[in-house]
Write a protein that binds this ligand. Structure first.
Ligand SMILES: [Fe+2]
Ligand SMILES: [Fe+2]
Length: 191
């Protein structure tokens, strides 16, 4: 079931992001980790893979749509299947950051559908949560959807982000905190 999406204004500055992750980051992501754990692990993986700053920011913020939904609705956890969190997150960030940050975020769910179509090992390695959700997200991409995806700007970045997304769910892993990324976020922000 698709829930009606709440009206969400764009995030205007880094302080708003910090507050959002302070309040809603400790909430449950699933698979034994919090929203913040998942975000920080994804950012750490992007750094360890030598990805550029925009992709580190995208990795850190890729599921901000879940946090925005909790903020807007007052719910204590995101819905089990939120099929528009990627658009919600990308739209809310596209005032503060350029498309090199927002667009891989927008495409991170489509990227999973494409990876399942082109990489059998990827599909086999998906977590139970991701296998469960892909069926709600349109299933494995068709050849036509794959071609259309590849033609989009930032599709390769979205694939890199997606591979990180699937790995950033390790219980009790110690990584850098949110404040570690503030200089990087400020360097990319328009305000
Ligand atoms: Fe996501
Ligand atoms: Fe994620």
């Amino acid at each position: 079931m698709t829930l009606p999406d709440p009206e969400i204004p764009p995030i205007q500055n880094i302080a708003e992001l910090v507050a959002l992750y302070d309040i809603y980051g400790p909430r449950r992501y699933g698979e034994g980790v919090s929203q913040l754990d998942h975000s920080l692990q994804c950012a750490a993986l992007a750094v360890s893979q030598g990805l550029n700053d925009a992709l580190v920011a995208a990795a850190l913020l890729h599921d901000v749509g879940h946090l925005l939904w909790m903020q807007a609705t007052g719910e204590t956890s995101p819905p089990e299947f939120d099929t528009v969190h990627e658009d919600r997150g990308a739209n809310s960030l596209s005032t503060l950051f350029g498309p090199e940050v927002s667009e891989p975020i927008r495409l991170h769910v489509q990227a999973k559908r494409v990876l399942c179509a082109i990489d059998p090992q990827y599909e086999e390695a998906l977590s139970s949560g991701s296998v469960h959700s892909i069926n709600q997200q349109g299933g494995v991409a068709s050849a036509e959807e794959h071609r259309a995806f590849e033609a989009l700007d930032f599709s390769e970045d979205a694939i890199a982000l997606r591979r990180i997304d699937d790995a950033g769910k390790v219980e009790s892993l110690q990584v850098e905190g949110f404040t570690h990324y503030l200089p990087l976020l400020h360097s990319l922000a328009r305000s």
